[in-house]
Design a protein around this ligand. Structure first.
Ligand code: XMP
Length: 517
């Protein structure tokens, strides 16, 4: 399934590599208008297929004055639909229309106040003086014929320009970032006053469409899927179930690396939301045997991935035949796998262990491949999944194995499970669980000296990790109250045999990663 398969109208965002490209798409979708991100190399046909009623050209790290910098591949002016160029996009449009671009020897970066022409549709219902966020090196020195200035600032005489008769608008600043005070109003004006969009993108319309699409595609065939209890696979399974009910066979593999109580929780949860009984496979012995004697992080990940494929392949033969496999791929994975420029081109650091090889002869169904994570949560809510499930922190495919540096044994897993349960329960009790993006414990492979009662101890240390983040690509350590940390540390040391020390991880990502392995 393609990400341009939404049947309604859309706004196409051409990606010139800005770190904010996904943000533009999310801001537009927050206005209930569907948006797709296409690479800047997309041709007219690909753009037309997305049924755009407007196009946004993103910013980007390059300079249009450098030869070989990304250019417009398609003659988008031919489409006759409204255009909005942001930063690099502004410079591209201006140059194409005969304006002159100047390379500045210093970057303008940060807040600035613009003076806007509020009679213009783009600035409708916003104040004349407003704070915006600038981040650019190049600037438009002389604007193209037929354009006029609709906003300026002390440092940028051409902070916004427009050719209203052609519905072309250009902004030197970034309306998509939170620091631009009236950014959502400006984007909403572009959508509703200039492109005449209808706000018809919402979880229910998405569900209705996907259900229809899945039914048509699957017919009377059977579909296999793997569920892990995570938000993505649960929402995916519920959505496919809504479409084809008992033709879906959901498989849940216990790899022996799950958290305390997790197997029962997942079984319980999905039993209420799926029409077919979950096929539960206890493969913990097999996984733990394969991990025996292994201490290298990548080796462990690889072994777990391979073991998962073996188990899953055997099951698919036992339960089959299946024509389709449903997966919980999200939109950022789709974008990142085909991005051509800029930071969005950098390859994701984590590899999904649930990823299955092409040799499995299934046709893929990826019903969430249009959605960002926050939209997956909204769809989950619309499908009736409980809030505690929707708000679950991410949990890596290789599970607790990447939270036990070195060899994974049954004993080390038991210690980690107990400590982690105490940590997570405390966060829930203190009302802090939802304020962090992810929280977990790591069992460190070091022993240190302690004293309990009158006795000297020599035991393991637990590291607690809690981070704030929006997408897991960058993260900061969560400023949990020190008295809460103290209570958690005491409880772990008092209740978990084998642990006599607790430390709190205060590293951010980058340079550290969220997980320890
Ligand atoms: P890192 O440690 O790379 O993690 O900063 C970023 C996010 O990805 C999760 N993660 C994984 N998820 N398989 C997964 O399915 C993996 O191998 C894996 N490694 C890390 C991590 O929990 C965090 O949410």
């Amino acid at each position: 399934m393609q990400d341009t398969d939404w049947e309604g109208e859309s706004i196409v965002i051409l990606d010139f590599g800005s770190q904010y490209t996904q943000l533009i798409a999310r801001r537009i979708r927050a206005e209930r208008v569907f948006s797709v991100i296409l690479p800047n190399t997309a041709g007219l046909e690909e753009i037309r297929a997305a049924k755009p009623v407007g196009i946004v050209l993103s910013g980007g790290p390059a300079s249009v004055t450098t030869s070989g910098s990304p250019d417009l591949a398609a003659d988008i002016f031919d489409l006759g639909i409204p255009l909005l160029g942001i930063c690099y996009g502004m410079q591209l449009i201006s140059r194409a229309k005969g304006g002159l671009i100047e390379r500045s020897d210093h970057r303008e970066y940060g807040h600035t106040i613009i003076d806007a022409d509020t009679r213009d549709d783009l600035f409708f219902n916003t104040p004349k003086q407003q704070r915006v966020w600038m981040s650019h090196g190049d600037a438009v020195k002389s604007i193209p014929k037929d354009f006029r200035v609709i906003a300026s600032s002390a440092a940028s005489p051409h902070a916004a320009i427009a050719s209203e008769s052609d519905n072309i608008y250009c902004l030197q600043f970034h309306p998509e970032v939170f620091h631009t005070d009236y950014g959502s109003e400006i984007l909403s004006n572009f959508l509703f006053r200039i492109c005449d969009c209808k706000p018809n993108w919402n979880p229910q319309s998405f569900i209705d469409l996907e259900v229809r699409k899945i039914r048509t595609r699957v017919g009377s065939s059977r579909v296999l899927c793997a569920v892990s209890g995570g938000v993505d696979s649960s929402v995916m399974a519920c959505l496919v179930d809504r479409a084809i009910g008992k033709q879906l066979v959901p498989v849940f593999v216990d790899n022996g690396l799950l958290r305390q109580g997790e197997v029962d929780e997942v079984k319980e949860l999905l039993s209420h939301h799926l029409s077919t009984e979950l096929v539960f496979i206890d493969a913990s012995e097999e996984f733990l045997n394969r991990l025996k004697g292994m201490s290298d992080a990548e080796e462990k990940r690889k072994a777990i991935g391979e073991c998962f494929i073996d188990v899953f392949e055997r099951q698919s033969e036992l339960l089959g035949p299946f024509e389709f496999l449903a997966q919980g791929t999200l939109y950022p994975d789709v974008i990142e796998s085909r991005s051509t420029v800029g930071p969005s081109a950098t390859i994701k650091s984590h590899h999904n262990v649930g990823g299955l090889p092409d040799t499995l002869q299934f046709k893929l169904i990826e019903p969430l491949s249009l959605l960002f994570k926050d939209e997956v949560r909204e769809v989950g809510r619309s499908l009736g999944l409980p809030e505690r499930q929707i708000k679950r922190h991410p949990f890596p495919g290789p599970g607790l194995a990447v939270r036990i540096p070195g060899e994974v044994t049954r004993e080390s897993l038991a210690i980690l499970r107990k400590a982690d349960k105490i940590f997570i329960e405390a966060l829930n009790r203190e009302g802090l669980y939802d304020s962090v993006w992810q929280a977990f414990s790591v069992l460190l492979p070091v022993k240190s000296v302690g004293v309990m009662g009158d006795e000297r101890t020599y035991q393991n240390a637990i590291a607690l990790r809690a981070v704030t983040s929006t997408d897991g690509m960058t993260a900061d350590w969560a400023r949990l109250p020190s008295e809460v940390l103290q209570r958690i540390a005491n409880e772990i040391i008092n209740k978990v045999d084998g642990v006599n020390r607790v430390v709190y991880d205060i590293s951010s990502k980058p340079p550290s990663t969220i997980e320890w392995e």
